[in-house]
Design a protein around this ligand. Structure first.
Ligand SMILES: CC(C)(COP(=O)(O)OP(=O)(O)OC[C@H]1O[C@@H](n2cnc3c(N)ncnc32)[C@H](O)[C@@H]1OP(=O)(O)O)[C@@H](O)C(=O)NCCC(=O)NCCS
Length: 214
């Protein structure tokens, strides 16, 4: 039997659970969430809190982290792997993904996403609704591509970076780690690590705290 625990029963978790159901790979799907009041969400039982994965790991052989915080998501994935849990990539059936792509464990690809040839997507990424990643793109671990974002060809994006709603990144641009690209931005030049950029063309608006990824 294949059974899946989804860590996070909020808005993102609900979307992820629907993808998991559509994939028809798991005999049972449950949530874990730190909101103790939750018992059931959209017909899926909430059986415990995040850290209870240790209690349930013998029954549920798969686990998926469905939380928006890019850094925390990756840390939890590491913890789950240490417990021997299998971490799938969850891919909505209504997507267009080249056979020549790599999509690593713990990544969710939402409805309407288009991922073109020779793209590499790291661990624990979110490729959100109706976004597109063109040929030869490289996304490091823990990147979030929000709904309606479009990346031109050969764009590179560093670890933990969040590309917000509806922004566009032109071809060949390199974006650093721990960057926020604000909603609606058009990024035309490379972006260094640890900054927030916004506007058309996107400019640095502020410096961000460095994330200690260890
Ligand atoms: C980027 C964002 C997260 C705000 O970040 P923040 O750190 O709170 O930014 P601040 O409010 O401190 O703004 C800093 C500056 O950037 C500007 N700014 C923020 N967002 C902007 C945007 N989308 N476009 C243009 N300028 C923007 C602010 O006006 C401010 O400018 P100022 O210094 O000249 O006054 C938010 O604006 C955003 O884009 N949210 C979208 C979230 C999203 O995509 N959600 C989907 C999840 S699935």
């Amino acid at each position: 039997m294949s059974r899946l625990m989804i860590l996070g029963a909020g808005g993102h978790g609900k979307v992820v659970a629907e993808i998991a159901k559509l994939m028809e790979k798991w005999d049972e799907i449950v949530f874990l969430d730190d909101n103790e009041k939750l018992r059931e969400v959209n017909g899926i039982k909430v059986i415990g809190q995040f850290n209870d994965y240790r209690i349930y790991k013998d029954r549920y052989n798969y686990a998926f982290v469905a939380i928006g915080d890019n850094e925390l998501r990756l840390k939890l994935i590491e913890n789950l792997k240490k417990e021997g849990l299998l971490i799938p990539a969850l891919i909505h059936p209504f997507t267009s993904i080249s056979d020549n792509c790599q999509i690593h464990e713990g990544t969710a690809v939402m409805a309407g996403a288009v991922i073109n040839t020779n793209v590499i997507i790291g661990r624990g990424c979110i490729i959100n609704t109706s976004s597109s990643i063109d040929h030869d793109g490289v996304l490091e671990d823990g990147v979030h591509i929000s709904p309606g974002v479009h990346l031109g060809g050969t764009v590179k994006i560093g670890k933990h970076t969040w590309v917000c709603l509806g922004s566009n990144i032109i071809n060949n641009v390199i974006i650093g780690s721990n960057v926020i690209v604000a909603a609606g931005a058009v990024v035309t030049e490379n972006v260094p690590d640890n900054v927030m950029v916004a506007g058309i063309p996107a400019k640095i608006k502020k410096r961000l705290g460095v994330i200690d990824s260890d």
